[in-house]
Design a protein around this ligand. Structure first.
Ligand code: ADP
Length: 569
């Protein structure tokens, strides 16, 4: 009957204890400071002891037994000296209150011994690294019972003490062993569970912080599987690409972010690295959902996830600005190199241009000096004409160079007035007439217009002379040249010179109007230094017009200028 009571008490104790631990576990505060937890555990064990002591089994001798051993020993093991002291104090007070009498003091000593034993056992278990198992709890109960035997002799003489021990020894030992086992196992498992939860909370906090960082960063972060399909991406990726998570999951990034203009070598390199699980770093052009293109620096690293599965994490940085600046710098460098080449070419061309007439002047004047052909008036006059023409050619060349440098320095003065282009052209025609005849070129003035434009008359004639002399220079023998004006619907007037000459190769648009540039196809023997059209372009633009051409190799060229029609009289 007494044994059954002990078991029921043990079970009750267990239920109560579980409840208490649950409360401790729920208390967030207890999870934060280990000292606080120890104090709380001490209190808990103390209350537990008090509860089980409220209904002790009274012996004839005045002594009592109860199931206090488990909580009292374990307070020392789990909560250390502080916890054990709290438990012992609560237990002692309750003991005094409930039992009182001559055996009260023996009970207090009993508590003390349980507590000291518990603390010592806890230290030894820790030092020897013994993990808490059922057998350890049972041993604690057994040894704890032995440790408190002196307490039986505190309030009773030796014979009475031995008598009490004989009477309750077995029940007490059994009770203590089972009680310590039950309480120990429950407390141990629940505290392990609490530790686990703490760790889990910590991990979750870490994960939360990491995912916040991943979301807040301006970089895109993408996780793909070995098949290259997106499994996860951060908000940064969404911001850069414009594609949402739902739109991207399960797709290979290259299949929707890149287009035909991607470098196949870069794609091949990425594929190879993915196949071999190697990291890679590339810069590629991507396209946003809106269609805008951007440059992205991809830093991709393979990794194994917690399940040991291979995946890739790519950190993507938008480097559009850097790439564009680099490209512009490269273009500027190319342009500078081109300009440098053009200048050298110009100098070479110019010295040739200057030397040819100079040689003629020197040669023919020397001939005159030493008297060759001096007797024949016809030969003499012919030689003098050559000298004069060479002089004029030199003069024109120098005028061109001077003009160009003036335009470059923006010091050209313009006298704007209403001008009828065909009239200006007709005035200039006699100047080129002999060139037309020389090359046997037919000329046609086809489209006429009575519309005026507001420009500098002399500068317009300069432009037109340039167009027509080029149209003759770069034409075939017996070719044709056409001049015309065309009114456009937007109140603009196009003035053009069309030829049937050698034409200009496609892709030369940027070069033709650049100073000192002559097309590769242009023969050296065709006179010119390559600044005529650049002068025309500057002048046209300064007068508020546009310049351009259409051409094809072997198909001839049409050079044109376009000005707004002037409606004022
Ligand atoms: P250039 O003194 O060499 O004629 P321009 O500035 O007038 O210089 O012309 C620049 C270059 O453009 C020429 O060297 C020539 O290669 C090309 N070009 C100009 N006009 C024509 C044309 N009507 N047909 C073919 N090529 C032309």
């Amino acid at each position: 009957m007494e044994d059954a009571l002990q078991i029921i008490q043990g079970l009750g104790l267990l239920a109560l204890f579980s409840l208490g631990v649950l409360i401790v576990q729920r208390s967030k505060l207890s999870l934060q400071s280990p000292n606080y937890r120890k104090i709380l555990s001490g209190l808990l064990f103390g209350v537990l002891t008090a509860v089980v002591m409220l209904d002790p089994i009274k012996l004839q001798e005045g002594a009592t037994i109860d199931v206090r051993a488990g909580p009292a020993i374990l307070a020392g093991v789990f909560a250390g000296p502080v916890g054990a002291a709290i438990t012992a104090t609560i237990g002692s007070l309750v003991r005094w209150y409930v039992v009182g009498g001559p055996f009260a003091f023996g009970g207090v000593i009993g508590f003390l011994l349980y507590g000291v034993f518990g603390v010592a056992a806890g230290l030894l278990l820790k030092r020897w690294g013994i993990s808490l198992r059922s057998s350890v709890f049972m041993a604690l109960g057994l040894l704890g019972t032995i440790a408190i035997t002196p307490a039986f002799f505190v309030s009773a003489d030796f014979t009475t003490g031995v008598a009490i021990l004989k009477k309750v020894g077995v029940v007490l030992t059994l009770n203590n062993v089972i009680g310590t086992l039950i309480v120990g196992l429950v407390f141990h498992h629940i505290s392990q569970w609490v530790n686990l939860r703490n760790k889990l909370d910590e991990q979750q906090g870490k994960l939360f912080r990491l995912s916040r960082i991943a979301d807040e960063t301006s970089n895109g972060v993408v996780i793909t599987g070995r098949d290259g399909k997106i499994e996860w991406m951060n908000a940064g990726f969404e911001r850069i690409s414009g594609y949402s998570l739902e739109e991207s999951i399960g797709r290979v990034p290259g299949s929707f972010l890149q287009r035909g203009d991607v470098d196949p070598n870069v794609v091949a390199h990425m594929r190879e690295c993915v196949a071999q699980l190697k990291p890679f770093n590339v810069v590629v052009r991507n396209y946003k959902k809106s269609g805008t293109s951007y440059w992205i620096d991809i830093n991709c690293q393979p990794f194994k996830d917690h399940g040991g599965i291979d995946r890739f994490m790519a950190i993507e940085t938008d480097v559009t600005e850097q790439v564009e600046t680099r490209n512009e710098l490269h273009k500027a460098l190319m342009k500078a190199e081109e300009a440098d080449k053009a200048k050298s070419y110009f100098l070479a061309g110019m010295s040739h241009e200057i030397r040819t007439p100079l040689n003629a002047i020197i040669g023919f004047s020397e001939m005159l000096d030493i008297g060759i052909g001096a007797d024949d008036p016809a030969t003499r006059s012919e030689n003098l004409k050559i000298i004069a023409s060479a002089g004029k050619r030199l003069d024109r060349l120098l005028a061109d160079i001077l003009d160009y440098s003036k335009i470059e320095a923006d010091t050209v003065e313009l006298y704007l007035e209403n001008v009828l282009p065909s009239e200006v052209f007709q005035e200039q025609l006699p100047i080129v007439q002999h060139l037309l005849v020389e090359k046997n070129i037919t000329f046609a003035d086809i489209q006429k217009s009575d519309k005026q434009i507001y420009v500098d008359r002399d500068r317009l004639s300069q432009i037109l002379i340039n167009f027509i002399s080029n149209a003759i220079k770069y034409n075939h023998e017996g070719g044709s040249v056409e001049f015309g004006c065309r009114e456009l619907p937007d109140d603009m007037l196009t003035i053009y010179v069309k030829d049937t000459g050698i034409g200009i190769a496609p892709g030369s648009e940027d070069v033709v109007f650049e100073p000192f540039s002559r097309m590769r196809a242009t023969k050296r023997e065709v006179a010119g230094v390559g600044i005529g059209l650049s002068i025309c372009k500057k002048l046209t633009e300064q007068m508020g017009g546009e310049i351009g051409y259409e051409s094809g190799v072997g198909e001839g060229s049409t050079f044109w200028v376009k000005f707004p029609i002037s409606f004022s009289k």
